[in-house]
Design a protein around this ligand. Structure first.
Ligand code: NAD
Length: 370
């Protein structure tokens, strides 16, 4: 049986509560003989600062580098508001992304049929929605140099950020999008502002050339980022895979997330390059939400984004597609049966706790895989 090394980083706030629900599924999958998971646990964020004075220790970084995948819950909280900037909780997350060279951020926006009413759009616009946003994560205007505020000496200052992309950065992110599309509905929408930005012009040129060279079987369209923002709220189901840069991806993936209802439902994956020898990628899977200090310790957190992050690990790092599909189905069935945590409950629902939701998903999964 295949064995996979998984590093679990529960982090802060609701992190340990939702990670516990993912762990129930991991143990069950091992017991059921689906795969054997070797799990280790580490500290990240405020909990790591409390233990080691760092947002992630060197030994946990070493575990992250040797793992087949890292599963992280959330970091941060008011307790650590005053800690030095370099060791603030988010620094642990940024270090993981940087040291593992995770350049591709995948954020699915899926609207479960049972939750269409939780979306801010009309039900028929989001019913059955299934989009994947692929955001470039390590380049572009968030990292380009120069990046500075200079004093002009006349009572004025100038702030500068630099949007910069090189061919290889565009090619590798576009390749991820084309590969994903082949396993989905075979359509990629590439987005930039080629009408007003040189980096956008290069982006379009490189994606077009790669498509012609290696992926002409996939349908490709180009859409300006402002138009795409508009289309996302007008007719979101026209999209399958969207690939875009760091800045536009940041904005557009947040817009797409709201189409689905609640932050507690949204998983994400961050992937690195393929190792030439093993063909494996470094990968970090985490919910899109934060540590929700307002509800921490109250058993109110929705564990679905965390469980969905485990599902993405099974799908993209371990190739366990039928198992990933089975857990996705278990989540959909539990929601269809009316189970709701407080964040997705309607006025007439009686909300269940974090562990009741996790247990219900596990019970549903056992019907398929037990
Ligand atoms: P947040 O995502 O933690 O919470 C926003 C709102 O959504 C809160 O009302 C919260 O209760 C709710 N919420 C979030 N996840 C939920 C879940 N699983 N179930 C039910 N409700 C949920 O964002 P915030 O309040 O702006 O930030 C809180 C802390 O988290 C801050 O310290 C912030 O820096 C940190 N943060 C961490 C990450 C991360 O770890 N990737 C991301 C964003 C924010």
């Amino acid at each position: 049986m295949a064995a996979y090394k998984l590093l679990l980083l529960p982090g802060d706030g609701i992190g340990p509560e939702i990670m516990a629900e993912a762990e129930k599924l991991i143990s069950f999958l091992s017991r059921a003989g689906v795969a054997s998971f070797e799990t280790e646990k580490g500290l990240v964020g405020g909990s790591a600062y409390d233990a080691h004075g760092q947002a992630i220790s060197e030994s946990d970084m070493a575990l992250a580098k040797s793992a087949d995948a890292v599963l992280l819950a959330a970091v941060g909280g008011p307790k650590w508001d005053g800690v030095p900037y370099e060791v603030r909780p988010e620094a642990g997350l940024l270090r993981l992304r940087k040291d593992l060279a995770l350049f591709a951020n995948l954020r699915p926006a899926i609207c479960y049929p049972a939750l269409v009413d939780a979306s801010s759009l009309k039900p028929d616009l989001v019913d059955g929605l299934d989009i994947m946003i692929v955001r470039e994560l390590t380049g572009g205007v968030y990292f380009g140099e120069p990046k500075e505020i200079t004093d002009l000496g006349n009572g004025q200052k100038r702030g500068v950020d630099t949007q910069v992309y090189e061919t290889y950065e565009i090619e590798r992110i576009a390749r991820i999008a084309f590969e994903l599309a082949r396993k989905r509905s075979n359509k990629v929408t590439s987005s930039e502002k080629a009408n007003v930005m040189k980096s956008g012009l290069l982006w379009r040129e490189v994606v077009t050339a790669l498509h012609a060279r290696e992926y002409s079987d996939v349908q490709l369209e180009h859409m300006l980022a402002d138009a795409l923002g508009m289309q996302l709220v007008r007719r979101p189901k026209q999209f399958d895979v969207i690939v875009t840069d760091n800045l536009f991806g940041d904005l557009l993936s947040d817009v797409a997330s709201m189409l689905t209802g609640s932050l507690g439902m949204l998983p994400s994956a961050s992937l690195g390059g393929e190792d030439a020898a093993t063909g494996k990628r470094k990968a970090l899977y985490e919910p899109c939400h934060g540590s929700a200090p307002d509800i921490a310790g109250k058993a109110l957190a929705n564990p679905i984004a965390m469980i969905g992050s485990l599902v993405m690990a099974l799908r993209y790092s371990f190739g366990l597609i039928p198992v990933a599909d089975a857990i996705d189905k278990a989540i959909a069935d539990v929601l269809a049966a009316g189970l709701r945590t407080a964040d997705i409950a309607g006025p007439n629902d009686k909300p269940v706790s974090t562990s009741q939701m996790g247990d219900a998903i596990l019970a549903e999964l056992k019907k398929t895989l037990g």
